[in-house]
Design a protein around this ligand. Structure first.
Ligand code: 5GP
Ligand code: ZN
Length: 112
């Protein structure tokens, strides 16, 4: 999608600190980290949110979970939290599917 921030990051049109990239997805550091480790993993294809995962695009979503495990392992993370906000009430501010990966501090439950 031409006016989507994360499509532009995926395409390299907006710079980011990329941690991992393949044909389906990329991982990059969050610009406003909420934990000592905070990165995002997104599909290269535009999917508005996890609510739009369907049989046609679920392979990319499943692949992202594999990539999260790999990047976390490569970074030596033993405990981390994966978050995907859906819609404004849950705090989604960028309408392109993304998984937050947060680590390096104690996490509270329930989340705020
Ligand atoms: P959401 O609020 O939609 O769950 O998460 C969006 C995330 O994207 C936020 O954590 C925010 O800090 C991050 N973000 C917004 N704009 C940029 C940007 O231009 N570059 C990077 N690396 N992260 C961004
Ligand atoms: Zn997009």
């Amino acid at each position: 999608m031409s006016d989507c921030l994360f499509c532009k990051i995926a395409a390299g049109e907006i710079p980011s600190e990329k941690l991992y990239e393949d044909e389906l997805c990329c991982a990059f550091s969050d610009i406003d980290p909420q934990a000592p480790t905070h990165f995002l993993v997104i599909p290269k294809a535009h999917i508005p949110s996890a609510a739009e995962i369907s049989p046609e695009n679920s392979a990319a979503a499943a692949h992202i979970l594999e990539v999260i495990a790999k990047v976390a392992r490569d970074q030596g993370l033993e405990s981390y939290r994966i978050v995907s906000n859906i819609g404004p009430q849950a705090g989604q501010s960028v309408p392109h599917l993304h998984f937050h990966v947060l680590a390096g501090r104690d996490m509270t439950w329930p989340p705020g």
